[in-house]
Design a protein around this ligand. Structure first.
Ligand SMILES: Cc1ncc(COP(=O)(O)O)c(C=O)c1O
Length: 360
């Protein structure tokens, strides 16, 4: 569909590829599985997958079966791992469309063991995150042997997930230790052994010789929660244009509830983006970038619009970057009292994406 709005998320595919190469450098000899759940962390899963396939990637992970099936329609050869919980009634769809599923508790394992469907599975081990995964070592070892003995089941992978890879090294090491100690007890290990997320990939994966794959999410998109930025490049820039300008006299106010009133004669630019686009009301005291300079947002953010205080060097039609440039996604996350993951995944379906790359 043609895009009519002067508001868009610019997605830089060259930056995305650069970030993939950073992961590969830190995880030599390992296969990177890009995590493209939640519509590629808001960047557009279909486009991201197509681009990465061109670059030679053939394994992707998502959270839900819907996400996996949407991607399967696009490509029938890539490996697609569904990391979220599969329901027993959905095993048939996973089997039919060759979606690799995660076995996350004892009940689903019983269903899989009694099923005649052909299923490719990854066993998820809970080493401390306490979300999805198995904890009882005796049960895990027996389940692995039973699954490996079934001809309709391919127990392709085993994995765990870190709770504190970017925050608490001691607990991170505890999780690594628990996973390793389990693996060495297995008679036959599944070939796809993975535990690292972005932070663990960039900081530690080189030190591990017992894993074969990593699941790389947020840093593929150029972001991290760490202070060390690893030379990552942000992929998404949220942009809009000034569509109209208001000249306010001293004491005249803008927007709902009149929360901002001019302290002197002022110029206000109106931006056609609001909280229904995922640019939330908490942004009201933040800055924007126009012509490489900072200009403050003023007044309440509306559903479809917001206001920026400008000067007479700024004109209707000028591009305003809300994050991803001078105003980093981290700055916006801080202002929203959240993490950068939430900022990019919150950008709503209403914001069209423009993909840019050198060779487009
Ligand atoms: C199971 C699992 N693996 C990997 C990832 C990727 O983590 P990150 O985005 O921190 O790289 C996630 C993200 O939430 C996840 O849930």
């Amino acid at each position: 569909m043609k895009n009519y709005r002067p508001t868009w998320a610019e997605i830089n595919l060259d930056a995305l590829y650069h970030n993939l190469q950073i992961a590969q450098k830190h995880a030599p000899h390992k296969t990177i599985i890009p995590v493209i759940k939640a519509n590629g962390y808001g960047h557009g899963a279909v486009k991201i997958m197509k681009f990465l396939i061109e670059k030679g990637v053939d394994y992707f992970s998502v959270s839900t079966l819907e996400e996996a099936l949407e991607l399967r329609k696009i490509n029938c050869n890539v490996h697609l791992l569904m990391m979220g919980p599969i329901q027993k009634n959905d095993l048939e769809a996973a089997s039919k469309h060759d979606i690799e599923i995660t076995l996350y508790d004892e009940e689903i394992i019983q269903h899989v063991l009694s099923s005649k469907l052909s299923l490719t599975c990854h066993l998820k081990i809970d080493t401390g995150m306490h979300r999805y995964g198995l904890m009882d070592e005796k049960f895990i070892i027996q389940a692995i042997e039973k699954l490996q003995n079934k001809t309709n089941i391919d127990l392709k992978g085993i994995y765990t997930h870190f709770a504190t890879a970017d925050s608490d090294e001691e607990f991170y090491n505890t999780q690594v230790d628990r996973f390793y100690k389990l693996l060495i007890k297995l008679k036959v290990k599944p070939p796809v052994i993975h535990m690292s997320n972005s932070s663990s990939t960039l900081n530690h994966e080189k030190d591990f010789d017992f894993t074969t794959y990593v699941r790389y999410g947020i840093s593929l998109y150029g972001l991290t929660l760490e202070s060390k930025k690893h030379n990552l490049k942000p992929v998404m820039k949220l942009k809009t244009r000034i569509v109209t300008v208001k000249s306010l006299k001293k004491d005249e106010c803008v927007g709902y509830s009149q929360t901002y009133c001019a302290k002197e004669d002022e110029i206000i630019g109106v931006l056609p983006i609001g909280y229904a686009d995922g640019f939330l009301r908490r942004n009201k005291h933040g800055d924007t970038e126009i012509q490489k300079r900072r200009y403050p947002l003023v007044g309440n953010i509306c559903m479809d619009a917001c206001f920026v205080k400008i000067d007479d060097s700024i004109k209707v039609g000028d591009i305003v970057t809300l994050f991803g440039g001078l105003i980093t996604t981290d700055e916006v996350a801080k202002r929203n009292k959240t993490i950068n993951y939430e900022i990019v995944t919150s950008i709503s379906y209403r914001v069209p994406k423009k993909y840019v790359r050198r060779s487009s």
